[in-house]
Write a protein that binds this ligand. Sequence first.
Ligand SMILES: [Zn+2]
Length: 128
Amino acid sequence: MVVKSGKCIFCNKCGVENTEDAKYCQECGNEIVKNQSNDSKIDDIKSNNKNLNEKSPLGAAALNLIIAGAGFIYIHEYAKAVLSFIIVFLAGIISFAMGLSLLLSVLALILIMAWSYDETKKYNKNLT
Ligand SMILES: [Zn+2]
């Protein structure tokens, strides 16, 4: 058994710390075998945590229907949330001024939803 900790590997024979890419222990010359099952266990834990922290892109998109930009608050992108809200709000004003009712506002909202969906996917990708 070789215990892996950070970027170092501990020799199972003498317990001396070796660099991650070492093939043989620098102290006793014991062959260092990377413990694959241990690694995959760590990866499993990581991916479990990742799943817990993952946000639903569709959920984020849908949140914008309640309040424009809410999908960005969901992924802690507050500046984008405010920007989205302003875009939809301004689109609404321009829409009314042009006599288009809320048409532009609705179009802006659809774009924001698509953007929010995309950003949430990126957010999930960046989770480690
Ligand atoms: Zn050793």
